[in-house]
Design a protein around this ligand. Sequence first.
Ligand SMILES: O=C(CO)[C@H](O)[C@H](O)COP(=O)(O)O
Length: 230
Amino acid sequence: MTDQDADADADKAAAAAAAVAEVQPGMLVGLGTGSTAAHAIRLLIERVAAGLRIEAVATSAASAAQAEAGGIRVHDFADVARVDLTIDGADRIDPRLFAIKGAGGAMLREKIVAAASRRMVVIADGSKWVEAIGGAPVPVEILPFARASVAAQLGDSGALRMTGDAPYRTDNGNLVIDWHVALDDPAGLAARLDTMPGVLGHGLFLTEVDAAYIVRRGVVTRLERRPLSD
Ligand SMILES: O=C(CO)[C@H](O)[C@H](O)COP(=O)(O)O
């Protein structure tokens, strides 16, 4: 790991610690996906080992496996209607709390869990913080049946995500097109994707994020969409 990577990793861990401090006994916690969320899961495991009683749902098989290996009870989200607090990473986040997610391919489950959460908190190192979301492709999860028809609608700026020589598959068995698109009108773009047959989800999170902890060189900044009621 380079010094720069180590610094970013320390910032990810600090952001995770700030969010994990919000977790209260008895909560049902939504576990995000990715390297920053993995720090949050690790810190939750430590708190559970020290006596905190919580249960969880996970946004990916990898996060479920990490949490279960550490002694956290992970429910099947199919049985869960409401989550108290979800903690997740992001690829880009801006002052409107608009985010791009899905470099790890979990954006569909992440959005479903975020939408079911009373509070959704993004954790990120400073490299993810931007004035306005952009500079990263928007991952689009598509039904394999619709691969060619959706690809045609997204045009040449869409690239089918690959793992080696094979198309990447999400935990849901679907494909991902990374759409390198300008984000002048994120809401318009999200609305277009939301109504495109064959598109099951995408990484534009425009309404789901309630708060964010961004850490740059050890300095924690918290952003809130609206004042906390309690
Ligand atoms: O959206 C995600 C996975 O689908 C991740 O939260 C996002 O890609 C950030 O990952 P990392 O914390 O590893 O940078």
